[in-house]
Write a protein that binds this ligand. Structure first.
Ligand SMILES: [Mn+2]
Length: 468
């Protein structure tokens, strides 16, 4: 393929920008310092950039972190000729630009997050030696159509079309940022189509599981969580025996009729358990498989898990192609899935506190609270009411994670607003997206806080804005 950027129909203004950024890399003699976010998207971004830069015979240094603070930027004192900030930086662009001018270095920002109301990106023509690439300046949705890893991949292609093999990691990063739900779109869709066209990935529709064997896939599955199967060795074995499927088979080895039998079982079982038709239907979307990594979800979430455990270096090794690192990262991902399963099983036994418009539960720690709230909402309890997962914080405060389903947001649910308003009124705060948000409150206010949230959600779902 001669020009992958053209084949993907990347808008000319973006191609031009990444071309300029590529030229900046090409003209750099000294060290290129990469600072990236520490999550799955940030790690794949850093991996793609460092591999592409290495292939261009340049030297690099990678750091991954949670937030880039003003102090971090002030501490940048040279030792590099070019700085690349990836999967973050747009909200700190002004500080970064100032610092780079002070130390006489040049920089590139590759970010897909909000741009703080600025109308145009930083440009070389501003004279500051900083290029900012952010899809939001080009009419592309930074939340769903392009991740940090997508930008890194486009830049790698501008450096050399031969970097096209890095497409797998590009999509893994988008997936880790959950940009694949309900399906890949805009620039991500271009990368998806390219990966399939070039034979790097294979599209499989209707297999909502991942694992090294179908048995492992079933017993470790949390999304979907299937009662009597998920976390249940015997239940999983019995089901496979009933369906006459070899438990040791790899997912990609399953025959068409075996996949069909599994699908119809999952479909009817979940509906029988009261899961929303909308959620069940969504499970049977496309999954991408790679010869080397299996289900792309495993690649994406194992790298993401490395970041969450503070082991970004291992995630980076995975993107550099180490199968040894992938093996242990995958092991840790399955360990975490098990941990989630134990929490879900306990939840199933203990039940949930039910109010008129919300459901809530207490957790021992806030780790995984969002995940448990989301999966409880989808698979365990009433899917017409959002779930709040609460845990004790410091100084008499409590932390909250709340999750709903997009179908509820279409009806008016906005958890970000609920967390912000109810938090503010009860000694805490909060915010986030309509489907997923978090906040805090004073522990002594728990009762009135929950009543406030319940009332607000009720008003939202009735389509009326509540008076503050
Ligand atoms: Mn990201």
């Amino acid at each position: 393929m001669e020009d992958p950027l053209k084949w993907m129909k990347v808008p000319a203004s973006i191609t031009e920008r990444v071309g300029e950024a590529g030229a900046l890399i090409d003209s750099t003699e000294g060290v290129i310092r990469i600072i990236s976010h520490y999550d799955g998207d940030g790690i794949t971004s850093a991996g793609i950039l460092s591999r592409a830069i290495h292939r261009s015979d340049k030297r690099f240094h990678v750091t991954m972190m949670n937030v880039l603070t003003e102090d971090d930027i002030k501490e940048l004192d040279g030792g590099f000729d070019l700085l690349i900030v990836s999967d973050m930086g747009s909200s700190q662009a002004e500080m970064i630009s100032r610092r780079l001018i002070e130390i006489g270095a040049r920089g590139i920002i590759l970010d897909h997050h909000k741009t703080e109301g600025r109308e145009r990106p930083y440009s070389i023509s501003d004279g500051g030696g900083l290029i900012e690439v952010n899809p939001r300046f080009h009419g592309i949705d930074g939340t769903s159509g392009c991740s940090g890893s997508t930008l890194s991949f486009l830049l790698s292609l501008a450096l050399d079309p031969g970097n096209v093999d890095l497409c797998i990691y590009s999509l893994a990063g988008s997936l880790a940022d959950r940009q694949h739900v309900p399906e890949f779109s805009e620039l991500n869709l271009g990368v998806r189509n390219l990966s399939i066209e070039m034979g790097y990935l294979r599209s499989v529709v209707g297999m909502p599981f991942s694992g090294r064997s179908i048995f492992e896939a079933l017993r470790t599955s949390n999304d979907p969580f299937i009662r009597g199967i998920s976390g249940d060795d015997e239940g999983s074995r019995d089901l496979l025996a009933d369906l006459a499927i070899d438990p040791d088979k790899r997912l990609e080895e399953l025959e068409k009729d075996e996949v069909k039998k599994l699908q119809s079982y999952v479909y009817s079982q979940l509906l029988k358990d009261g899961v929303s038709q909308y959620i069940v239907h969504e499970l049977f979307r496309e999954n991408l498989f790679s010869e080397k990594y299996g289900n792309l979800q495993d690649l994406a979430y194992s790298i993401d898990t490395c970041g969450r455990r503070g082991d970004m270096g291992k995630g980076l090794q995975v993107v550099w192609g180490s199968m040894e690192a992938y093996g242990t990262a995958l092991e840790e991902r399955f360990d975490q899935k098990k941990e989630i399963q134990v929490l879900l099983q306990r939840r199933l036994k203990d039940g949930i506190n039910d109010m008129d418009h919300i459901q809530w539960l207490m957790m021992e720690e806030d780790k995984l609270a969002g995940t448990i709230a989301g999966l409880s909402h989808n698979y365990l309890f009433d899917h017409t009411k959002p779930v709040l997962a609460l845990s004790k914080g410091d100084n008499g405060k409590m932390k909250v994670s709340s999750r709903g389903h997009r179908a509820l947001c279409t009806d008016g649910l906005d958890l970000g607003e609920v967390m912000r308003e109810a938090g503010k009124a009860h000694g805490g705060g909060g915010g986030g997206h309509d489907v997923a948000a978090g906040g805090s409150l004073l522990e002594e206010d728990l009762g009135s806080y929950l009543a406030h949230c319940d009332r607000m959600v009720g008003e939202q779902l009735r389509g009326k804005k509540m008076d503050a």
